[in-house]
Ligand binder design. Structure first.
Ligand SMILES: [Zn+2]
Length: 268
């Protein structure tokens, strides 16, 4: 069975030329969603890739920022309606910190049809995370870990793929050595990279707990990972982003470098 990372959004918080942070891990059928991006673009990109929200039964929200969380309101609206029509099978599981669960519930009470609200707790189930919690999601051992962020409580996730490999998503911040057991030697490391090192003065990544491509590449070397996936970038020149970011990462790191565009599928 071919497992894949489906890339739904690769931009930083205020990207307008691509969608914001959203991925799925799947076998092409059932999709585990990692963050939801910042709006209804999640529905657009799922539709473009011919993925139905009925194929999403598990969603992880890393932290409370708009560009990661707001898409979940749209997912809940569509999945809730699908449940009521009798089309959606089983339950939807959401994995996040308790504060995010409370916030998402408040938004849904405020914004969604009251007819959908009885589904919460019945078929829309929140799993409030603590550091190191493990679940089986679509058959894969999935471990959530606290990234010890100073900005906002934040979680990352490590997935043991069915093919024996591992993939870790570090969330929206540079690697924190406190998370070594979840990142060292994994097969695929997903690390944010806001901009090139040469554009540090333009985007100030270090002042906002973000990385340059160089930073991420150096962590990939230190962590001895064979594959580095860069995401959460500025969107100044999308047509050349892949080439520019790959070239900089190559100066520091000799493994495989992925700088995916939205709607790309990375075979794992
Ligand atoms: Zn973000």
């Amino acid at each position: 069975m071919a497992e894949q990372l489906t890339v739904l959004g690769t931009g930083f918080a205020v990207a307008t030329k691509c969608y914001t942070t959203c991925f799925t891990i799947s076998d092409g059928e059932e999709h585990f969603m990692i963050d939801t991006g910042g709006g209804s673009g999640v529905l657009t990109n799922l539709e473009t890739l011919n993925i139905s929200y009925n194929q999403v039964h598990h969603i992880f929200l890393s932290h409370c920022h708009t560009d990661h969380v707001m898409g979940v309101v749209w997912m809940l609206r569509m999945i809730g309606q699908s449940m009521q029509k009798g089309v959606y099978e089983g339950n939807l599981h959401l994995y996040c910190h308790k504060d995010i669960a409370d916030g998402v519930l408040s938004m849904c009470k405020f914004m969604l049809s009251p007819r959908l609200l009885p589904l919460f707790g019945e078929r829309i189930i929140f799993h409030c995370l603590a550091d190191g919690m493990t679940f089986t999601i679509n058959g894969r051992k999935t471990t959530f870990f606290d990234t010890k962020s100073h900005k906002a409580t934040q979680y990352g996730v490590m997935v043991d793929l069915l093919n024996g490999k591992t993939i870790t998503y570090l969330g929206d911040e540079p690697y924190n050595p406190a998370c070594e057991q979840y990142a060292k030697g994994v097969d695929y490391l997903m690390h944010e990279a806001l901009c090139l090192e040469a554009e540090e003065a333009l985007y100030h990544p270090h002042k906002i707990s973000h990385s340059t491509v160089k930073d991420a590449a150096e962590w990939a070397v230190a962590l001895e990972v064979p594959n580095l996936i860069l995401h959460h970038t500025e969107d100044r020149a999308m047509a050349t982003r892949k080439a520019r970011y790959t070239a900089e990462a190559k100066q520091y790191y000799s493994g495989n470098i992925f700088v995916p565009d939205d709607l790309e599928i990375i075979m794992l």
